[in-house]
Design a protein around this ligand. Sequence first.
Ligand SMILES: O=c1ccn([C@@H]2O[C@H](COP(=O)(O)OP(=O)(O)O[C@H]3O[C@H](CO)[C@@H](O)[C@H](O)[C@H]3O)[C@@H](O)[C@H]2O)c(=O)[nH]1
Length: 443
Amino acid sequence: MSFSRYLAKQGIQITFVNTEFNHNRIISSLPKSSHDDYFVGNGINLVSIPDGLEDSPEERNIPGKLSESVLHFMPTKVEELIERMITGSSGGTGTIISCVVADQSLGWAIEVAVKFGIRRAAFCPAAAASMVLGFSIKKLIDDGLIDSDGTPSVDKTIQLSPGMPMMETDKFVWVCLKNKESQRNIFQLMLQNNESIESTDWLLCNSVYELETAAFGLCPQILPIGPVGWAQSLEEDSISTSLGSFLPQDRDCLDWLDRQIAGSVIYVAFGSFGVISNAQLQELAIGLELTKRPVLWVTGSGDQQPIKVGSYQVKVVRWAPQREVLSCGAIGCFVSHCGWNSTLEGAQNGIPFLCIPYFADQFINKAYICDVWKIGLGFERDGQGVVPRLEVKEKINEIMRDGGVYKQRAMKIKEIVMKSVAKDGISYENLDKFVSWIKSQMN
Ligand SMILES: O=c1ccn([C@@H]2O[C@H](COP(=O)(O)OP(=O)(O)O[C@H]3O[C@H](CO)[C@@H](O)[C@H](O)[C@H]3O)[C@@H](O)[C@H]2O)c(=O)[nH]1
């Protein structure tokens, strides 16, 4: 959605296609006054189509179910939508579609665009390294590291090229679902996507060249354009910045942050899935209290509340304006699940990390943070996979030590990111080329 907002600002008319489920969540998170007219006025038309799981919403939580349903149900729906747009059958004159921009994991949407002869771009919201891993599947099979279903033949830590993050075979994106059938489906889908992507005019990635030099070196066809929307989020009105959130933003925490000492606050947020177990929640809460530092804690859609164990200063919100939060001087460190957006947002603000990755690409992102950029620390887990309270306390104190090396390195990373999005930076240039290209298609 940030990418769409950026393109719309350049005068490009956007039709944003979402599943009905996500569309409804996004709309109901916005202030009532902002519906419909607001988007049309701002160049973004939000439309939705069913994902096939409307009759059994609980299936959405079964790993792999949604991808499966999307794959069977949505291509036809998107075809129908494009047909209606082109012929103008749903009112108005027909629309000329200059380009279909699809998430790189939705190869089928690229195929639909091919059918209609529409130009296409794939967009990767994750690290380039994640995509490079997908592109390396054939080599991994040839090297005997995985079988033809993606199951690792050995538990091993590998590196796709020097400078890339180390990856553990049992944490490959398709393996960590811990469900054989889902693994097989996702793995096949990735192979299929690799083929579909070959027919795109552009392969864009929300990343920064200098942060992933080795990955971009392996696959030069991937063009970094990130962090997408880095500046506009601080300039736009609050409706625009919250567009795309599944929950309404609680902006009171910004005032609370203003009252805190610079660099003193621990920010805790685990992205848009409720992934943290109750046992972990408890240890984390107690560990944070032991640090005696102020905490801003996002509970997210999981609706889990941090356990109150004492009187330390903790501000709990359901959903924060995270980009703005991370740009506040009060934030000292970020306890994160290492989703790629959070990773980039912390990096672009010079914030050191404490990492608790759970699934998918989060282990790769953690390896970037801790081993490649060296701006954060991981936690040791106990036998039950829980990070114990004393581990929480010690690692946080280590990261937040005055003038610590983690903060210094994080500030260097911030500089690198800023250069990339400034005029003449690589991300800036790539984005500029893409916008000019789309505009040339419109004429
Ligand atoms: O209170 C909050 C918490 C989060 N956010 C935003 O929500 C996004 C969260 O994104 P991310 O950190 O990437 O986490 P997930 O939502 O979990 O992302 C999914 O998608 C990512 C990109 O593909 C993957 O890297 C992750 O593993 C996957 O879980 C970020 O932009 C945050 O700024 C808020 O605005 N307010």
